[in-house]
Design a protein around this ligand. Structure first.
Ligand SMILES: NC(=O)C1=CN([C@@H]2O[C@H](COP(=O)(O)OP(=O)(O)OC[C@H]3O[C@@H](n4cnc5c(N)ncnc54)[C@H](O)[C@@H]3O)[C@@H](O)[C@H]2O)[C@@H](O)CC1
Ligand SMILES: [K+]
Length: 479
């Protein structure tokens, strides 16, 4: 599990640790780690041109001391001083090892730019001249290494309020920051490198976490010798309609491929015909009216993809949501719930899987604001609605009250195509039916779905049926 923390959490932990170690020693460890990463990225340190963007705080200090180390190994290091103050000892070390102070044109000729403008001490959008320097760094040809966080990215949330440095690599000190995992910030961070400064014992419970493949492999249910199809989890799927048949096929496919012991599908004649043709494994109930009484017992429901929002769909949704088993609520069922919030008042667990637009209707916040502050709004929706929220998008996050938000790191932009959400709903529903909590089912499903998307795309456009087909390979690859 990769865990991440807010700026305040890291600052508090640093304060505790600093009281126990010699003054300045943490910065020396941080700068040594930073210089080592920079050296690895350069074909040769000797003769390389390195430009340091130096802000007025300790983030600039890290950059200066790392620059001093690179200068000592023969790099041509130039410091662009952005603030009214500069970390004096760091600057002295740089000058002593042959570095020099330069103006911003140093960025244009650099092989490597080290962004030490601001770190966890930043407040609000970058002010001038920092913002202009961040933009200029983005225009340069150089490799860009951010110190601790890319300047302009909020370390605690990933929000980007103005200009920000777009880094190829971010070297983060002591603990990963939440803002490095969540978009839009994650998109500015590039590859993450971690420097251990001994903060571990002083850190509180994590603010956010990201599952690794090994974590998902541990969480995924594996059949044991005495498993039968009922004990492996029966998932009921209420999806698709006369106009939208594909959603049903994809949700059923996702559920089957994710290891449900049995998938019971209920729908009207057109989607039933499609599901029957695509998935002979599904146990099908063709509905004459809005009554799920004949479907049989399930351990979890998937409700909503392609269902429609008319009276028939509303009746089905009400029956599913009145059940005493976990329900995954997606797509059209979210639209129904937005118009009738009482539908989500349940005693059994509920996992909702909106994208920003759907969440916008549920909590009355514009979609663009949700996109800009994904964590805040996923958390808020979980608290307000009393459900687990899997907010889909460039970074999928899973929020549940009083738990660290789980951030998924396996997605690919190629997954932004019609029908992939239906597959995700099927996968998560199958995991719910196999006994995973909403929190684990949502985050494991997002992980597996992301890997399947990457495997299916492999650098070229994918169609959603490819994602379903890639699920077994995705699960195999977890190790
Ligand atoms: N405290 C410690 O023990 C350690 C700190 N480290 C480094 O220190 C950093 C934190 O240092 P600081 O607390 O000095 O804070 P920062 O260096 O992150 O930033 C604070 C400075 O930036 C200015 N500033 C704040 N917001 C701004 C904005 N929006 N636009 C322009 N200027 C702005 C402030 O006026 C202040 O001078 C970490 O991110 C990390 O890089 C590391 O060396 C590890 C050890
Ligand atoms: K920085």
């Amino acid at each position: 599990m990769l865990t991440a923390y807010t700026a305040d959490q890291v600052r508090d932990a640093e304060r505790e640790l600093m009281a126990r170690v010699p003054e300045g020693s943490l910065m020396q460890i941080a700068a040594t780690g930073l210089a080592a990463v920079c050296a690895r990225l350069l074909p040769s340190v000797y003769g390389a041109r390195v430009a340091l963007l130096v802000g007025s705080g300790d983030n600039g200090g890290d950059a200066l001391y790392a620059g001093a180390r690179l200068a000592a190994r023969g790099a041509r290091v130039e410091a662009v001083l952005a603030g009214s103050r500069t970390h004096e000892a760091g600057l002295a070390a740089l000058l002593e090892h042959g570095g020099r102070i330069a103006d911003e044109s140093a960025l244009d000729a650099a092989d490597l730019i080290v962004d030490g403008l601001v770190g966890i001490g930043a407040t609000g959008a970058l002010r001038e001249p920092y913002a202009a320097l961040a933009r200029r760094a983005g225009e340069a040809d150089a490799l860009v290494v951010a110190v601790d966080v890319p300047s302009g990215v909020d370390a605690g949330t990933g929000e980007v309020a103005g200009a920000a440095v777009r880094a190829h690599v971010t070297v983060t000190m002591g603990a990963c920051k939440t803002g490095l995992l969540v978009d839009p910030g994650a998109g500015f961070a590039g590859a993450l490198e971690f420097v251990d400064i001994g903060l571990g014992p002083h850190l509180p419970d994590a603010d956010t976490g990201a599952l690794t493949g090994a974590d998902v492999a541990d969480l995924l249910p594996r059949p044991v010798a005495e498993s039968d199809k009922y004990r492996r989890g029966v998932v009921g799927i209420v999806a698709g309609s006369e106009s939208y048949t594909g959603a049903a096929v994809l949700a059923v496919g996702g559920a089957l491929r994710a290891g449900a012991g049995m998938v019971r599908y209920a729908g009207t004649s057109a989607p039933v015909a499609q599901v029957r043709a695509a998935w002979p494994e599904a146990v099908i109930t063709e509905l004459d009216g809005p009554d799920l009484g004949g479907v049989g017992r399930v351990q979890a429901w998937v409700l909503g993809p392609g269902l429609g929002t008319g009276g028939f769909a509303r009746e089905l949704a009400a029956q599913v949501l009145a059940s005493d088993v976990p329900v995954l609520v997606d797509a059209d069922a979210l639209t129904l719930a937005a118009g009738e919030r009482a539908l989500l008042r349940r005693t059994a667990p509920t996992l909702i899987t909106p994208h920003a637009g759907e969440l916008s209707r549920l909590i009355g916040v514009p979609g663009a604001r949700i996109e800009a502050a994904r964590l805040e709004h996923a958390r808020r929706a979980a608290a307000e609605l009393g459900v687990t929220v899997l907010l889909k998008g460039s970074t999928t996050v899973v929020a549940e009250e009083d738990r660290p938000v789980r951030v998924n790191r396996t997605g690919t932009p190629w997954l932004a195509t019609a029908g992939t959400g239906d597959v995700l709903a099927g996968v998560a529903g199958a995991l719910l039916a196999q006994g995973l909590s909403c929190y684990d089912a949502g985050s494991c499903a997002a992980y597996v779905h992301g890997v399947a998307g990457r495997l299916a795309a492999d650098g070229v456009p994918l169609v959603t049926t490819d994602v379903v087909a890639a699920i077994p390979e995705a699960i195999r690859s977890l190790g």
